[in-house]
Design a protein around this ligand. Structure first.
Ligand SMILES: Cc1ncc(C[n+]2csc(CCOP(=O)(O)OP(=O)(O)O)c2C)c(N)n1
Length: 571
């Protein structure tokens, strides 16, 4: 068995073994971790070795593969990215088990070193299907998957035993693109909503905040007398709660707060922080983390720095990582956290605030000059005009809010399925959130995220209808992939049509007709003003506002945003 195969090479061997084992049809659902297999499958299809079918909803993808196996009377495969995407296959796997259908599940996974660390979209995938699969093989990153695949396909066929489903869990290490020159890191993913989200979250936040004020008084404010160049920063990830804002404001430290931290407010909060880290990051002496950061690579890079000390505030056990798997020092009480944090140099927060203000202004000027609505501008408007609950879909919507949402305003509470960052179940999750409390709830989500859970619009006669508005940013496909390594010119040059088909996954669903079919109010807007007007109306019952946006220009827009910010920050 050869060690340390590059991911794309491993994927090519897996695909060769699939084709060699007689698999002719593969259903592919889009995702980033599964990218090496997607590229290898595209190459194999181009060479006439097998046929691909692309579906955005993994549950449908699983059943489609089941049908292909039934109709074709031979094993068929289905490929998903990591996270809840894999779980979406369970019903098809169960059916395949009891009906003895040779269904080959290819679940992409993070490499071993990232499992249990809280890495985005990472969970326990091997064995997920329990007794419903004939075999579940975990293929470590860098190993030749060929023999594993050959064995799994044999077991799916059954031989002497009944045929049935098998799981090949294939771990891939970056880089995930064939060119092998993209650097790259993780992607964005699915959701595990909490059953009683609103109530639990509020209770926890209130309790934490009350305790915090006392502890902070006991700790006292420190005289700013640190190294002239810099100081600590506070990172507030998902679920951090308002304590993070109180802590940062109390110590006069920059606060880098994700939207679903519910800590993005106060004098310390720096809205466009992820674009400032490249400029001010060198001055950071320590990092204090509240909650679970999942959104940006600059923050992931900050937390991976070994030249600075990092602490994670953890007053109670967390569900998102396994003990001993995080690099930060774990601190469970505020006095110790205060001591760890230490002082900032005079002017440290001010440096961040003025850089943040300059970046905000540069971004606003740039966005104002754009022709149609853009994700970041829509995100800012949605944040500003939401005073009830705000639910943010995975992918770009939550990141756009993270870039532009002004800390001077805060919705009542922000929710997002960041447990596994899936694009599944968002309509239903938001419906539950709205129903639990009766608070008017607005959702900002991408078109694929919306379509993935279109079935969530079905509410039977006599069932309570929530006050829920879905703002669907419709760029007709998965915009985030164009911002990742898949959208890089070198990759596009070589794999352009495959990238669009397998990652962009373009769709032209008539959302007005879909809304009408479910009896939900609908409005399509093509300007920012149109959106603002739509959001001014009282949020009653269910409605969908479709905002038309352009996907092809997204990568260029983001690089212009970066350039504009870099220009105003240049010394
Ligand atoms: C259940 C699930 N399947 C696949 C993915 C991988 N994934 C992450 S973002 C994305 C595309 C989302 O598209 P859209 O909702 O339109 O948002 P956009 O990328 O355009 O912002 C996909 C497929 C995921 N996170 N969850």
């Amino acid at each position: 068995m050869s060690d340390s195969l590059p991911s794309i090479e491993a994927a090519r061997r897996a695909v060769a073994a699939l084709a060699g084992g007689g698999v002719h049809d593969v259903v592919v659902a889009p995702g980033s971790r599964s990218a090496p297999l997607a590229y290898a499958l595209a190459e194999a299809e181009a060479a006439g070795q097998l046929k691909l079918h692309v579906r955005i909803d993994e549950r449908s993808a699983g059943f489609t593969a089941l049908g292909l196996a039934l109709g074709g009377k031979r094993p068929a495969a289905v490929l998903t990215t990591s996270g809840t995407a894999v779980g979406e296959l369970l019903p098809a796997v169960m059916e395949a088990n009891h009906a003895a259908v040779p269904l080959v599940v290819l679940s992409a996974d993070r490499p071993e070193e990232l499992r249990g660390t809280g890495a985005n979209q990472t969970t326990q995938q091997p064995g997920l299907f329990g007794s419903h699969v004939r075999c579940a093989l975990d293929v470590p990153a860098g190993e030749d998957p060929g023999p594993f695949v050959a064995r799994a396909v044999r077991e799916a066929r059954g031989g002497g035993a009944p045929a049935g489903p098998v799981q090949l869990n294939l771990a891939f290490r970056d880089p995930l693109v064939p060119a092998g020159d993209a650097g790259a890191a993780p992607v964005e993913v699915p959701a595990s909503g909490h059953d009683d989200g609103a109530t639990l979250a509020s209770a926890r936040r209130d309790g934490a905040a009350a305790g915090s004020a006392e502890a902070l008084r006991a700790g006292g404010r420190r005289a700013p007398s640190a190294p002239a160049a810099g100081g600590p920063v506070v990172v507030a990830g998902h679920g951090a709660g308002e304590l993070a804002a109180v802590f940062a404001a109390h110590l006069g430290l920059p606060l880098l707060a994700e939207p679903s931290s519910n800590a993005r407010f106060g004098i310390s909060a720096i809205a466009p922080y992820r674009l400032l880290l490249g400029h001010l990051g060198a001055g950071i002496t320590r990092v204090v983390v509240f909650g679970r950061p999942t959104l940006s690579r600059p923050v992931a890079a900050l937390l991976a720095r070994t030249d600075i000390e990092r602490a994670l505030y953890l007053p109670e056990p967390a569900a998102w990582f396994e003990p001993g798997r995080r690099p930060e020092r774990i601190i469970g009480n505020l006095p110790e956290l205060l001591e760890f944090t230490g002082p900032a140099a005079p002017g440290w927060l001010e440096a961040w605030r003025s850089a943040g203000a300059a970046a905000d202004a540069a971004i606003a000027t740039l966005l104002a000059g754009e022709e149609g609505p853009t994700g970041p501008a829509v995100a800012e408007a949605v944040w500003e005009q939401t005073d009830g609950f705000l639910v943010l879909g995975s992918s770009n919507p939550i990141r756009d809010v993270d870039l532009t949402a002004a800390p001077g305003w805060h919705p009542l509470e922000v929710f997002a399925n960041r447990g596994l960052a899936g694009i599944d179940g968002t309509v239903s999750t938001a419906t539950g959130i709205a129903l639990a409390t009766g608070v008017p709830t607005r959702v900002l989500l991408g078109d694929l995220t919306f379509l993935h859970d279109a079935g969530g619009l079905l509410i039977g006669a006599g069932e309570t209808e929530p006050d829920l508005q879905l703002v669907v940013l419709n760029d007709h496909g998965g915009g985030i992939f164009g911002l990742l390594e898949h959208g890089e010119p070198a990759t596009m040059e070589r794999y352009g049509p495959a990238v669009e088909r397998l990652f962009g996954t373009p769709q032209q669903v008539d959302l007005a007709a879909l809304a009408a079919a479910y009896g939900v109010d609908f409005e399509r807007v093509t300007t920012l003003q149109g959106l603002e007007t739509a959001m001014e109306r009282p949020l009653r019952g269910r409605s969908i506002v479709e905002v038309q946006a352009d996907r092809q220009s997204l990568r260029a827009l983001h690089s212009r945003i970066q350039d504009a910010v870099a220009a105003v920050l240049a010394p």
